[in-house]
Design a protein around this ligand. Structure first.
Ligand SMILES: [Zn+2]
Length: 266
């Protein structure tokens, strides 16, 4: 590792959503930026298959999670069952179930357009994923923000699931407190550098339950405007978190790194 660098883990990235040439370059560059591992989450069955290829190409560097991203139309039951069957067959490869959750932004868009939206099938699907995570004793990676985080908390409590990672979490102070007390983890993206809402979340949440991620290839603003999202951006995240927590960058990065290793057993 180069001088002045420290090991980092990207706790949430979509390696398979990059152009393959970009993903290839990013994975090849990781070591030089101190990126020891990434956790690549899946959108659906074809995404699971693509991530499985990246796992085989970069064993030890790419870890995978299998799931169905909630911000999309639900497929027919037969297709959903096919995904669960596939996960059953491949569960030993995955470090977690993910990305799963509830369609906050899709629902918001529907209500802005005065369209009806039925959240129930999504809640039902999330519950199935929570039960699957519980059955295999794996963590679950959640896309559940604002009011949806409360619904996710209810379901996690109902099934006694405690290994929950709310990625790119945003929510009320009360929800945040409920999650930290339940021992759930959150992760923040490079927007911690410029988003006041995320900086306030860092101030409120215990450092021992925080991880860092990029959610790449999702693009960022502020100092990252126009750049292809790269796990190396997390160096700026570490610096921002260190400033907010009043610790050195090295100590902060070390705690974030250990948190991710402990949570995912990687
Ligand atoms: Zn994601």
């Amino acid at each position: 590792m180069p001088n002045g660098s420290y090991p980092m883990i990207d706790a949430h990235i979509h390696v398979d959503s990059y152009h393959p040439a970009d993903a290839q370059r990013i994975m090849a560059e990781c070591q030089s930026y101190g990126i020891e591992k990434v956790i690549s989450v899946s959108m659906n069955l074809s995404s699971c298959l693509a991530n499985r290829d990246w796992l085989q190409r970069y064993p030890g560097r790419v870890n995978v999670a299998y799931g169905f991203h909630p911000e999309q139309k639900l497929p027919a039951e037969a297709e959903i069952q096919q995904l669960f069957d596939w996960i059953d067959q491949h569960q030993t490869e995955m470090v977690a179930i993910g990305e799963v959750g509830l369609p906050y932004y899709t629902q918001l868009e529907a209500s802005r357009n005065e369209q009806a939206f039925n959240q129930e099938p999504y809640i039902h699907l999330l519950e199935r994923f929570i039960m699957t995570a519980s059955r295999y004793d794996k963590p679950i990676i959640l896309h559940a923000v604002y009011e949806d985080a409360e619904i996710a908390c209810e379901l996690l409590e109902k099934h006694n699931v405690t290994k929950a990672h709310f990625h790119w979490f945003k929510g009320s102070k009360a929800t945040t407190l409920r999650m930290s007390r339940s021992g759930y983890y959150i992760s923040v993206t490079p927007d911690v550098v410029y988003e006041v809402e995320i900086q306030q979340l860092i101030l409120q949440y215990p450092l021992e339950q925080i991880m860092i991620e990029t959610d790449g290839p999702w693009p960022f603003e502020g100092p990252f405007t126009g750049q292809l999202t790269h796990p190396a951006m997390m160096k700026e995240s570490c610096q921002a978190i260190a400033r907010l927590k009043g610790l050195s960058v090295e100590e902060t990065a070390s705690i974030l790194y250990q948190n991710t290793k402990r949570f995912y057993k990687i």
